[in-house]
Write a protein that binds this ligand. Structure first.
Ligand code: SME
Length: 159
């Protein structure tokens, strides 16, 4: 795993997602801090951030992130993000060059992990997307940690 200590990361995550007052700006405020925290903890990554479900539920729209300028709208039938949102499952890609339909926002990206954010009704709220310039950067334990993180984020911001 390429992360500090998982438990301290999750504790900090819980702390910085407290106090959502129901407003969209407060949700963006917390997600911005979460992207900063993830960027601080995860090693060897070149992009981390959120894509949130568009109101018409046909595409994802760029949310708070850390990294290079990225594509703004991702149709649900496209990319690693679209697949994760559509299937409601995490998608871990060791080499994005072998993933048909991968959307290359940064040509340096080589591996990717996308975890869906799902509310208590089972609706997809968006996805958490992490990219790395290193091939095979993400292991099963990274996936498990980020799935736990996604659960905390979804519960804190959309309850
Ligand atoms: N690679 C993603 C698009 C988002 S960027 O990586 C920031 C995809 O294929 O869905």
């Amino acid at each position: 795993m390429h992360v500090g200590t998982g438990s301290s990361f999750l504790e900090q995550l819980s702390a910085i997602t407290e106090g959502w007052d129901g407003s969209i700006e407060r949700r963006y405020c917390h997600l911005s801090n979460v992207s900063a925290l993830l960027n601080q903890y995860l090693e060897k990554i070149n992009w981390v951030g959120f894509y949130l479900m568009r109101e018409d539920r046909t595409a994802l729209v760029l949310g708070p992130f850390q990294g290079k300028v990225a594509c703004t709208d991702i149709s649900l039938d496209r990319g690693v993000c679209g697949l994760a949102a559509r299937s409601k499952q995490s998608v871990r890609v060791d080499d994005v060059h072998t993933f048909p339909g991968h959307i290359a926002c940064d040509s340096a990206s080589r591996s990717e992990l996308v975890v869906p954010l799902i509310n208590k009704n089972g609706d997809v709220l968006g996805v958490l997307d992490v990219d790395s310039a290193q091939r095979g950067r993400f292991a099963e334990d990274d996936q498990h940690l980020l799935e736990r993180a996604a659960k905390i984020i979804s519960q804190a911001l959309w309850t």
